[in-house]
Design a protein around this ligand. Sequence first.
Ligand code: C2E
Ligand code: CA
Ligand code: CA
Length: 699
Amino acid sequence: MVNKTILVVEDEVLVARDIQSRLTRMGYEVLSIASRGKEAITKALDLRPDLILMDINLRDEMDGVEAAVQIRLSYDVPIIFCTAYSNDETLERAKISDPYGYVLKPFDNRELEINIEIALYKHRTEKDLSATRRRLDATLTNVSDGVIAADLSGEVYVVNPVAERITGCCRQKASLMKLRDIMKLECFEPGQKSVDFSESLAYLNEHVTGMRQYLIKDNGVRVPIELSVNILDENLSNLIVITFRDISQQLSYEETIRKNAFFDDLTELPNRSLFVDRLDSSLNRRKRDRKPEDFAVLFLDLDGFGVINDGLGHDQGDALITEIGLRIINTVRPDDTVSRFSGDIFAILLDPVEGVTGAITACQRILQSIEEPIELGGTVVNIAASVGIVLNHGNYRTGDEMIRDADNALHRAKLDSKGGYVIFDNEMYRDAKKYLDRKSGMQQALLDSTFEVYYQPIVDTYTGVLTSMEALVRWPHPVEGMVSPAEFIPIAEETGLILPLGEWVLRSVCNQIKDWNDSGFDDFRVAVNLSARQFENNIPGLIGGILDETNIDHSSLGLEITEGVAMRDVEHIIRMLEELKDLGLNISIDDFGTGYSSLAYLKRFPLNTLKIDRSFIMDITDNPDDREITKAIIGMGQNLNLKVLAEGVETSSQLEILRRNGCDFIQGYYYSKPLPATEILPFLSNRQLIGERRLELIA
Ligand code: C2E
Ligand code: CA
Ligand code: CA
């Protein structure tokens, strides 16, 4: 082992020699002896000893303390002071030179050796420590992550330059702040837990790794970061080490990657992956909500795109595809998804959609928008598309299944005829098609005046005389023959076509009454059925106008409204009915007994006649309950001063029961089915005939 070297500074020659020989015996190498302060400095810097033994009191202008300070300015060496005497002031001064030891003369060998060894050891560890610190500083300065260390009380110990840059808080400032003020965090995604350094840090017992959070800087700027938190509980003093990095850039890369993965380059529309993803969530949402709400997938392919692409070039082909994408986007709702699958194939997710009819309407709008001429580099092109439509029926498990069916439907659409659509599900398709066919058929029938009105006689139960008729509309369909109003009236109501149709019926009936009056027949009434929607308009005004036009006796017109209509918007309906009654019209409540309204309730309505629903009459002979109900209705109606009419009377036994119970009027096949106006004439010209038949049958 190499001996440690020592410089002895001592102005007493004898003392110096004594110390030198003692040190040599202890195994140290005395490099030199200096007796003056200046000499000590020169020798120390020249010889670079491992330690200096320094006498404080030197016979010179510079004492040992001063010399020690000078030396340590340029050379890091442990210095032990030795002195024969010391006052407080000297001791105080000695402190500033960072002494490594202090021995009082005379000293024994043991004391000197211990002091020297401690000084050497202390110096060595200090050097090691500062080297470690320098290396740590260099590491912290050069790591690419921000590092902040704090204790459990939130006192901040370490802030590296990256952390300074990200947080915008310099090291000096940080050392005066608490961790919670530097690391203010917010969650990155909704629902995510955020790391909170403001709570008692003792609760931070879980290590966090790679968690994304927003760091809120003092100026309010939110920086996305990814952070890890480690709790080191070495040596009992817990240390929280936070490493983090700014991920703004990474997020923008991720966004680009996401875009490339989920969006089509050319049109920037969602690609197949994203479409399937959205479709799957539409399906899953329905499973969770158990909502019957429909959604649909449209699969669209341009007709003859290849020809345009080859003819005008690929650039124009691309421009065309982009334009089509834009047109579809502008046609559908913001929540719908328009995607380009490949080439000229687009997929559209309509969610939500109003059933098949909603899907067809949307599809027709899309097809129309595509068929508008497109200008491509000075050339105007016309293009059409075919569409396959599929609706969620509740049995699809994956989006791919729906896409498969939409694709099948598209193939059929391509085969059937270009520029059209095919709906995958047959049954739904039939229903929707029928609805739409009925709608356009009725529109046409109104234009062509193909509707007809049939009349069904209503007879006085006792005299057997025809007193009135019910007008019932008929639709002779060019292909299907006579279509029942039970089928088309509901569609007319839903589509609003009931308004022109209802007006047409009223006008036809009034004209017919006028014709019959002109032929010498009067003293009868015709009742017309009214739908709820007709009350949304000024129905008294309309009817008043028609009565004026045709100039017929107001009392020859009656109106029938069902219980259902009466219950809708009670005050409004009552007001309108009062106006109608004031016009002199007879008002009947139709299908009575099916709507659960009480007679007491109906008292508020200005009614003249109560029509007992056919369902009670049907079983009146066999079912005692129905018989009782009918009897009760008749009794109550008459108490309210209403005339009571039974509809759907088909047999003499039904008639007999009704007659016995005092029902005023009878309508039904027993007397006559609804008939065209021309066939009613015999009933009008020979009314007694009906009565005779009745008497004949009863007798
Ligand atoms: P409603 O007002 O209850 O009309 C009576 C229906 O019962 C008529 O059917 C009639 O043909 C039928 N009927 C009459 N007697 C008998 C019988 O003895 N046995 C049987 N089985 N049926 C009988 P229709 O003509 O098919 O009309 C069905 C419904 O269509 C009507 O029911 C009415 O609610 C509606 N409707 C008909 N014409 C019009 C109209 O011009 N306007 C409005 N808003 N609705 C109308
Ligand atoms: Ca009726
Ligand atoms: Ca009825």
